[in-house]
Ligand binder design. Structure first.
Ligand code: DX5
Ligand code: ZN
Length: 215
């Protein structure tokens, strides 16, 4: 099973966004995680397709993983695809037909993923397990970076890993050197980290340390 580390741009210095994208790419991380918030699905606003396009322009070879925390992701799929998203992640709690939208993401030539909030039972994913390239289990309530990891989410990873031994299973929220190990033991192989990675002056060493820790 491959390991992937994804710095979350939400924790970057927005005054130097281009440089921060470059720093994340140079860290040796496999992909950039871009958090899109609509102030409706979550109580916060972040950024839109222009920042995804900036990432493509700044670091064309750095894979773009786009997490849509939106009530109506269906209205924006084409815009994010055109901006350069390579994986689009949509929430099972969103207000749209998931089967249709997961199919549409693939039809745009992208990888799809389904995301689960901490309070949502993992069984809600059952109808979609045969239709997804990747699953993201949130380990904080989405909306803000720098929150505390919710360990009660770990059994969801075990449930999913037991059913889908080969699938990419991602965690997002409160991930640091210690919590990444807990998530890896429970079955995760992709690790999003915002404040932990962008908070380091040497992001490369931090990415290497996490890669070692989750082995
Ligand atoms: C939370 C976002 C996360 C966030 C993680 O709503 O989905 O991707 O950037 O930030 P940290 O790693 O600081 O918890
Ligand atoms: Zn995220």
């Amino acid at each position: 099973m491959r390991t992937q580390i994804l710095p979350s741009l939400l924790a970057a210095d927005f005054g130097r966004l281009g440089e921060e994208i470059g720093r994340a790419e140079a860290s040796g991380a496999e992909a950039l995680h871009l958090d899109i918030m609509d102030a409706h699905f979550v109580p916060n606003l972040s950024f839109g397709p222009d920042v995804v396009a900036l990432a493509r322009r700044t670091a064309p070879g750095f894979y773009r993983n786009v997490h849509l925390m939106m009530s109506r992701p269906d209205l924006y799929l084409e815009k994010f695809a055109a901006a350069g998203a390579q994986t689009i992640q949509i929430h099972v709690e969103a207000d749209c037909d998931l089967h249709t939208e997961l199919r549409r993401i693939r039809a745009l030539g992208l990888k799809n993923a389904i995301v689960l909030n901490p309070e949502t039972p993992v069984e809600r994913l059952d109808p979609y397990l045969g239709e997804v390239d990747e699953i993201l289990v949130m380990t904080v309530h989405p909306g803000y970076g720098g929150q505390k990891f919710i360990a009660e989410c770990l059994p969801k990873l075990e449930y999913l890993r037991a059913r889908l031994p080969g699938i990419d299973l991602m965690v997002d929220g409160g991930i640091n050197l210690e919590t990444s190990v807990l998530a890896a033991r429970a079955g995760a192989n992709q690790f999003v980290a915002g404040s932990h990675l962008f908070g380091q002056s040497d992001m490369r060493s931090a990415v290497e340390a996490m890669r070692e820790a989750v082995k």
